[in-house]
Design a protein around this ligand. Structure first.
Ligand code: ZN
Length: 415
């Protein structure tokens, strides 16, 4: 069989082959093949196995010898807010000097400062600034990223953000999965009329993002949206055919995780303070827990999500960056893996499962990406090490030396 690309002789080839999201002990199984190879035709994987076996069956137009390297699926980042304008570095320094969240809010900081900057930015400016962040994700091995709206908070500005996400997905090598997060915060002009804002999200925004956003997400937290408001937004989104996600239990618990399980959400995200009962509900529903250790680290907090307990209970786990200007300006999934192993006690294998196949299921694409199996998209990365555990062990640099998207080398660019 003639193929476009053969990546062969990998010291370790991680297939992550799986029939569904991984939970429990399955998260430790990476489908590791020593001296492995993968063959690609028409952007899709056609063969995976030991190099000698694959080579015997294919005639390759192009070949890459990955001896001394790890070859694995492209990383998937299932929770980002990477489209925004401006910076909150001043606020970061104020926090380091001891300013409280309230003082920063009174000074005009916090999420509303990003909303003001994002509203002010033109579509072109938004695409340009955010595109540079996407390139950074790609350089660190991410081949698909989810991205939320939620810094517009008006009909026009939310649609502008959604258009920016769509343009980025078309123009850049990564695929970007759009999520509508109109219920991220209550904008200043609705401060005393929160009910009206929730109604605006339900009656005007949701029908307009239908067919464009793949998911609807709500920030269910004290100071954002309560459980009933979250329920009403998500219920309408479900009627309109959007998949559901919930920001739940980041600073406390309002029951958002339980609601996610009840409504059949694809994922519940953050889950730092989720009660045991709600974790069990997630396990029963098969709702993915998307954990964001970079946010806890970014805030300099000490309490991380109880990942080990989740694995014991059979909750499928994914990892994500949560890339955003307030709490975690980080586009590196390998750094998130390094944090997850240290502070949430995931093993390197579990963290790799959480960043590939499970992350793919967390964005509804588990049948297309996230593992190296025949008929899946040929999204794969090459690491400059023969041992995949280095992805967790070594940090602060970048072990990703090659990124292939649909079988095309997209990083480094000048190769
Ligand atoms: Zn978030």
């Amino acid at each position: 069989m003639e193929v476009d690309l053969l990546v062969c002789s990998a010291s370790q080839l991680l297939t992550l082959a799986s029939h569904g999201p991984k939970s429990g002990s399955a998260m430790s199984h990476l489908g590791l093949i020593q001296d492995g190879a993968v063959a690609v035709r028409g952007g899709q994987i056609v063969l995976v196995g030991p190099t000698a076996e694959v080579r015997a069956q294919v005639e390759a137009k192009e070949e890459f010898d990955a001896f001394g390297h790890v070859v694995m699926p492209g990383l998937v980042d299932p929770h980002t807010h990477l489209v925004f304008a401006g910076s909150r570095v001043d606020e970061f320094e104020m926090r380091l000097r001891g300013a409280s969240y309230l003082e920063i809010m009174v000074g005009g900081g916090g999420i509303m400062s990003t909303v003001r900057a994002t509203r002010k930015a033109s579509l072109g400016e938004l695409v340009e600034e955010s595109g540079r962040r996407l390139d950074d994700l790609l350089a660190h091995g991410t081949t698909t990223a989810e991205c939320k709206t939620g810094y517009g908070l008006s009909v026009d500005d939310e649609l502008k953000m959604l258009t920016a996400i769509e343009e980025l997905s078309c123009a850049r090598a990564l695929d970007v999965v759009p999520t509508f997060l109109g219920a991220h915060a209550v904008p200043e002009e609705y401060k005393e009329r929160k009910d009206e804002y929730v109604q605006l999200v339900i009656d005007e925004m949701l029908p307009q993002v239908k067919g464009r956003a793949r998911f609807c997400d709500v920030f269910c937290e004290k100071g954002a949206f309560d459980l009933e408001e979250t329920r009403s937004v998500l219920a309408r989104a479900k009627e309109l055919g959007l998949g559901l996600k919930v920001h739940a239990d980041e600073f406390g618990s309002l029951g958002g995780a339980h609601l996610a399980a009840e409504l059949g959400a694809v994922s519940a995200d953050h889950l730092v303070f989720t009660p045991e009962e709600d974790l069990k509900a997630l396990a029963r529903a098969g709702t993915m827990a998307v954990l964001l250790p970079g946010t806890t680290f970014g805030l300099g907090e000490g309490q991380y999500a109880p990942a080990r307990r989740m694995i014991e209970l059979g909750v499928p786990l994914a990892l994500a960056t949560d890339l955003n200007p307030g709490t975690c300006w980080c586009g590196s999934m390998p750094f998130i893996i390094a944090l997850a192993c240290r502070y949430m006690r995931l093993t390197p294998a579990e963290a790799v499962s959480a960043s590939t196949i499970n992350a793919a299921y967390a964005v509804g694409l588990g049948e297309k990406i996230g593992s190296l199996e025949p008929n899946k998209m040929a999204d794969l990365i090459v690491l400059d090490t023969p041992d995949y555990r280095d992805l967790a062990y070594r940090f602060g640099g970048n072990l990703v030396t090659r990124v292939y998207k649909r079988g095309h080398l997209v990083w480094p660019r000048d190769n």
